[in-house]
Ligand binder design. Structure first.
Ligand SMILES: Cc1ncc(COP(=O)(O)O)c(C=O)c1O
Length: 374
């Protein structure tokens, strides 16, 4: 099956890399970094972009800049990559794990509201797989309770909610450019925000506690060196230019697969909220109802990968099931949906949505075969 490899690069990356190599400014203060930050912030409908080494430290920077620290609690979904929780722990706060909704795979706003205590300082929804969390309820919830709303948008470059881009919906958005993401420099991350003073604090965290425009040897807060290099920024600029076309292709293929496979007993794809008018389709997620299908998720997964379609059988545990959190250091609310997803959910990586139309029909056929062949 002709499923493209990922990452994809071309002449544009080479051209921009050449520009950096010839500039003699390869480091994090190079012009290319500023250019990329400006372009990505504009793409995200934000006034500020603060790039950093990866999408884990951007979460830490966001939490610090929002004033979250020791003794505070941050509400996070029980289903995410570990960084969402780890960043909270790294700033000395306690991650509070709450359940997700059954089909959006995103934090359940009712469960988030119920988990708020006097120690809660922030809510950090993840736009899982690029589907936007229920911001219609999370934005007013955070505002009413005086909490910082930080979007973990590591999956959602270019996804939109009522015309507003992921990363512009809360106090700040955090993106990852790790190798598997829809735009990548191997590693990398960026914070986006429309809050100028937040941006200044986050920038200072990233640049060894300096002040924008301040002296090289003047350090005002306990930051670190989280800078990306100009070489990464060059690759990311080229990736950003290619992203809209790739997202359109993924959207077309996701629609094709979901239409062709609608009505297959026991197969349910991730729900996309009606307010979401653009989706970068980082993952094609679904759940298997073993009773209705007559086969388990693991049988489905084996049958699909045997046909050459890349598929991951979800996470092996909710975040609180990681050895890191089994002994404490967190609060876990009851999460029956997250627990169920561990056994019945799956995802296809976005490169499976970058295939041509004929291959996409073949992928649909392979998924159908994995659902119904015994
Ligand atoms: C939801 C989520 N948040 C944060 C991250 C962290 O990003 P990075 O790998 O760039 O540190 C990831 C990475 O996969 C992620 O999936």
């Amino acid at each position: 099956m002709q499923i493209p490899d990922w990452p994809i690069s071309g002449e544009r990356e080479l051209q921009l890399l050449r520009e950096v190599l010839d500039s003699g400014r390869w480091g994090g203060h190079g012009d290319m970094v500023k250019r990329f930050e400006r372009e990505f912030a504009a793409f995200t409908q934000c006034a500020h972009g603060i790039s950093a080494m990866n999408g884990t430290v951007t979460l830490e920077m966001a939490l610090c800049a929002a004033g979250v620290g020791a003794g505070d609690e941050v509400i996070v979904p029980a289903i995410s990559f570990v960084s969402t929780a780890m960043a909270v722990s790294r700033v000395g706060a306690t991650p509070v794990f709450v359940d997700i909704e059954p089909l959006s795979f995103n934090i359940d706003p009712d469960r988030a509201a119920a988990a708020i205590t006097s120690r809660t300082k922030a809510i950090m929804p993840v736009h899982f797989g690029a589907a936007i969390a229920d911001m219609e309820r999370l934005i007013p919830l955070a505002a009413e309770r005086g909490l910082a709303l930080i979007e973990d948008a590591a999956h959602a470059h270019g996804s939109e909610w009522n015309g507003r881009r992921a990363g512009s919906l809360g106090l700040a958005g955090s993106f990852s450019f790790q190798n598997s993401k829809v735009m990548t420099a191997g590693e990398g991350g960026i914070l986006t925000t429309n809050d100028a003073s937040f941006a200044e604090r986050a920038w200072s965290m990233m640049d060894q506690g300096r002040k924008p425009g301040g002296g090289w040897f003047h350090h005002y807060l306990l930051g670190s060196n989280f800078r990306i290099t100009a070489l990464q920024a060059a690759v990311l600029l080229a990736q950003l230019e290619r992203l809209p076309r790739q997202s359109c292709l993924r959207a077309r293929n996701a629609a094709l697969l979901r239409t062709e496979l609608a009505g297959v007993p026991g197969l349910a794809f991730q729900s996309v909220p009606k307010q979401q008018n653009a989706n970068s389709w980082y993952l094609l997620l679904g759940r298997i109802d073993a009773r209705a299908m007559g086969r388990t998720r693991d049988q489905f997964h084996r049958a699909l990968t045997a046909q050459g379609v890349p598929c991951t059988p979800f996470y092996p545990h909710p975040l609180y099931g990681n050895p890191l959190y089994r002994g404490g250091g967190c609060r876990a609310e009851p999460c029956p949906v997250a627990e169920a997803c561990i056994h019945d959910a799956f995802w296809l990586p976005h490169r499976a949505l970058l295939a041509d139309e004929e291959t996409t029909h073949e992928i649909a056929g392979a998924i159908l075969k994995a659902c119904i062949d015994s």
